[in-house]
Design a protein around this ligand. Structure first.
Ligand SMILES: C[S@@+](CC[C@H](N)C(=O)[O-])C[C@H]1O[C@@H](n2cnc3c(N)ncnc32)[C@H](O)[C@@H]1O
Length: 359
């Protein structure tokens, strides 16, 4: 049989539109490194509230080399991160950018987001190798920017929502925490969520755990520095071996989908939770269908999922690989398979879904 190839009609205008969109994206990709550089060198902090600065003034204030700073400033100006006044040759950080790039207490704080993105990109050649074989890549194998960036990325959201909205949305949990509850925070990473809860509920005790030893070491240091180490213990280990029983509240922040065996973890939560206890699950915002997630937030999460979450799950036993865009229906399935009978969505933000599971 002869196959007659049809000529492919290319719309030249659409092609150039796509090429120029790609130019913007390459600039944005490189800007990830420049934002981390500006954060690490203190360039944004020096610009914030300073009015306009010349490259030399910024270099002097930050102990950096003027020629590098000038080039960095021009890239920032081209991307709309700083403004440039051609008459004076000075650059300024608008107030909104100053909040997003320097105020670590603001829910809009961005440097951690860029740091975890840069760390993910740095590890991407190794992920590409694993994509050939199908092997996983553990959370512990990543560069430090992934671990620290994760903490810095999530903490502002927890500060803004956890004690003000998410915990109050759970049935009867605030009363228990106020009176003195036993709480497990599983997959706690650097312990940002654990420590935040411990500071808010002084009569409660907390056991955080994570299978990444380096994260637990940092969490212990953070608890010591925050003055809550007497009520907060951190243990190294997988979710399915989280120590203790009789928990009033078990929490999991952005980690259930990273686990190789989330159903096994759910069963363990069920067996360690008190009969009237609550399991709070915070997961990335996602719809149930691929087409629900084809938007900027879904794009970022599918990318993180390709480079971080899916390889992490595949590196563990079972390797269910829910992915960061699992969505409510799949999380419900996991929770039900773990032996929970009640499940509801209690809160959401543009970036998170919050679920309550009860025995
Ligand atoms: C995206 S990070 C979130 C960390 C932390 N909950 C936070 O919100 O900052 C996912 C965490 O899940 C942990 N993790 C993955 N699989 C795990 C498992 N099976 N048992 C315990 N922790 C696990 C990783 O080590 C990592 O610290």
């Amino acid at each position: 049989m002869t196959i007659i190839e049809q000529p492919i009609e290319v719309d030249g205008e659409k092609l150039m539109q796509f090429v120029f969109r790609a130019v913007d994206e390459v600039g944005a990709t490189l800007n990830t490194a420049l934002v981390v550089m500006g954060d690490k060198l203190g360039l944004y902090r020096a610009l914030a509230g300073a009015g306009g600065l010349s490259p030399m003034e910024l270099a002097e204030r930050t102990g950096t080399a003027e020629r590098y700073v000038r080039e960095w400033l021009n890239a920032q100006a081209a991307g709309g991160y700083v403004t440039y006044d051609a008459d004076s040759g000075r650059y300024a950080l608008p107030p909104e950018q100053a909040v997003a790039l320097t105020d670590s207490d603001s829910p809009a704080y961005l440097p951690g987001f860029f740091q975890i993105a840069l760390g993910s990109v740095l590890d991407s050649p190794k992920i590409a190798d694993r994509a050939r074989t199908g092997d996983g890549f553990g959370w512990d194998e990543h560069v430090h920017d992934v671990h620290e960036g994760c903490e810095r990325f999530f903490r502002p959201g927890y500060n803004a929502h956890l004690t003000a909205e998410w915990l109050p949305a759970l049935d009867g949990v605030i009363d228990k925490l106020d009176q003195g509850a036993l709480v497990a925070d599983i997959g706690c990473g650097h312990g940002a969520s654990t420590i935040l809860m411990a500071k808010a509920f002084r009569l409660s005790t907390f056991v955080g755990s994570d299978c990444h030893a380096g994260s637990i070491e940092t969490a212990r240091e953070r608890a010591q520095a925050a003055g809550v180490a007497d009520r907060v213990k951190f243990e190294i280990g997988p979710a399915a071996e989280h120590p203790g029983t009789g928990y009033d509240l078990v929490t999991m922040f952005d980690c259930l989908h990273d686990m190789g065996d989330p159903v096994g973890a759910a069963r363990h939560v069920r067996s360690t939770l008190s009969e009237n206890g609550t399991w709070m699950i915070v997961e990335p915002k996602a719809g149930d269908r691929v087409e629900d997630n084809l938007n900027p937030v879904g794009r970022a999460y599918y990318a993180f999922s390709t480079l971080l979450c899916t390889p992490a799950s595949l590196s563990q036993d079972v390797g269910l690989a829910l992915g960061a865009q699992a969505g409510e229906a799949r999380i419900h399935d996991v929770v039900q398979a773990g032996g929970f009978t009640r499940f509801r969505r209690v809160a959401e933000t543009p970036f998170n879904l919050v679920f309550e599971a009860r025995p």
